[in-house]
Design a binder for this molecule. Sequence first.
Ligand SMILES: [Fe+2]
Length: 374
Amino acid sequence: MAKQREKIEVFEGQVLENALLSDDGGTVLCKAGTIMTPDLIRRLSNWVVRVEPGKKKQDEDERTPVARVNRDEILRRLEFEEIVSQKTRERAESSQGEFFDKVRAGQGGLSLDAIEDAVAAMVEETPDDPDVPVKLFEMKQHSSYMYQHCMECGVMGSFIATNLKYPHKDVMGFAMALMLHDVGILTVPDAVLTKKTALTAEEWSLVRGHSERGFEALKKVPGMDPLALMTAMGHHVFADGSGYPESVDFNDLPPLVHLAVVINDFETLTAQHGPFRQAANLHDGVSILLRYRHRYHPTAIEQFVRVIGFYPISTFVELNTGETGVVVRNNPDNLFLPEIKMVLDPEGAEFKKEIIVNLLEDNERRITAVRSDL
Ligand SMILES: [Fe+2]
């Protein structure tokens, strides 16, 4: 009888980097990208053992002989740009913050002027060349996750719509709609939003109602773009009927709201300080969206992946050679074989000279894993 392998240590919320196979290796028990839920861990108890996230992290560090290299430092040296400059981002954050604070305080007389100017500057700076290596997310943490979430969605919306060649007016409207889409959450008490245990039916209905309440709040603002109203109302509406509010028909939503649904979910999955204990790396975020693609409009998910890639730019990948590289460009003809800049040799030492490898043309190298430890 084959000797049973050692159990794999997992923690709740972990996204599996590799597929989990049966002891004889013949059956895929869990595909790569699966999120470890308490129920799944229980069902897989013959193969996995639950550990605290901290312990797993420490073990991973011990297994990794590579000198700890600072991801941001590498990206800076490789000249990865932020989608918008720090100054413009701060300006947008402050106008968005003022707007949200007024909504939270129930103040009337809301004006869009400051946000419109800030969004215009943001869209102006957004690179329209898909080959420009950008950091998709700024890691700076706002005191409120929800403010930060809306901001990140706005920047990403500007980037995606710009690269899909939407007219300038639509990019502006889309970025603005995403920056305001979760404003209804301000009406949910913090105690409910930060509750560690399961929500009661009443609390859950309060959370679900944020779409309609956001719509109502934005409707009162003079000159509000209908796209922002529809995005507030429809950003949790899914094709399979699993979203909310139930009164909104998925088929009635315009294409940019369908795209907003995808962006909203992607940001939530990958946010460093978001609702999930363990943020998915950008590649896992894309994999999870694709696994649940039946929930999204097919055009929206296709547009999203076309711009972001299967291995998003700035993803650190391990190759079959033991080398580590960072994705700098996606090949539109094959999103599985991006162009990468080599970062570390198999021993973990940094490459001294610049080596770019196009996996579409290099038959010797292939991606074996995404390195989320960097
Ligand atoms: Fe929301």
